[in-house]
Design a protein around this ligand. Structure first.
Ligand SMILES: C[C@](O)(CO)[C@H](O)COP(=O)(O)O
Length: 220
């Protein structure tokens, strides 16, 4: 949230949370936005909290329903809470230049293989057989915020409602199947998805450096 506000890229923010947290989250965010102690970039920004859905895609759909009639939409993971302002700025700039869908990406640093079946003779679930090597130079790690022309994202979610892509893990996949090109801009290691306990420790190091608030261009 702080990175979003500091970027100046959003004027209207909709946050999807579990239903029981709608009121407390709204109160907390109102306090973040109010008065002299307001977060940097908070001035003039409206933040509304809505109940999320059963899964990520459903929660985005709920937030989109509550978003009024914007021209452009950025979809961000709360788990990528330290995404720095410049990532929001890069995604928004690509949208303003005419892209319909934009995602921030990072290169792969590991070798990646496709796992297809249990290795011969091994009990199920113990050792997998790896079937093919993937060219890591052609692969990207995808982050958020992901940006879309609102009409495109709405069309993608309408189709998802009637003909779900069950394995979809982000909004870009929903848009790709409509035939829209998805463009990439540079992501940032600080926009890590906090998934494992070790990620919290890494996030702590980034936080100590001011991540999520300060950009690299303005380390003051
Ligand atoms: C959208 C995303 O962050 C891109 O990497 C990711 O797919 C979200 O995955 P999650 O399992 O919903 O956290």
């Amino acid at each position: 949230m702080l990175g979003t506000l500091a970027s100046g890229a959003a004027t209207d923010i909709v946050v999807a949370v579990p239903e029981a947290l709608v009121r407390p989250a709204q109160d907390m965010l109102d306090a973040l936005l109010a008065g002299d102690g307001a977060a940097p970039g908070a001035h003039g920004v409206r933040v509304r909290v809505v109940a999320g859905g059963a899964d990520r895609i459903d929660s985005v759909a709920h937030a989109l329903d509550a978003a009024g009639d914007p021209e452009l939409v950025l979809v961000h993971d709360a788990a990528r809470c330290l995404a720095p302002p410049e990532v929001f700025v890069r995604v928004a700039a690509a949208l303003h230049s005419g892209a319909s869908a934009v995602v921030p990406v990072l290169p792969m640093t590991d070798t990646v293989k496709r796992a297809a079946e249990t290795a011969p003779g091994a009990p199920a679930g113990t050792r997998e057989r790896l079937l093919s090597d993937l060219d890591r130079a052609a692969l990207r790690r995808v982050q958020t915020p992901q940006g879309f022309a609102a009409s495109v994202l709405r069309e993608a979610h309408r189709l998802q409602r009637t003909d779900p892509l069950p394995a979809a893990t982000d909004d870009a996949q929903l848009v790709e199947r409509l035939g829209y090109g998805v463009e990439a801009v540079a992501g940032d290691e600080r926009a890590l998805k906090i998934t494992h306990p070790i990620d919290l420790r890494i996030a702590g190091l980034h936080l100590a450096d001011g991540a999520g608030i300060r950009s690299e261009q303005d380390p003051s």
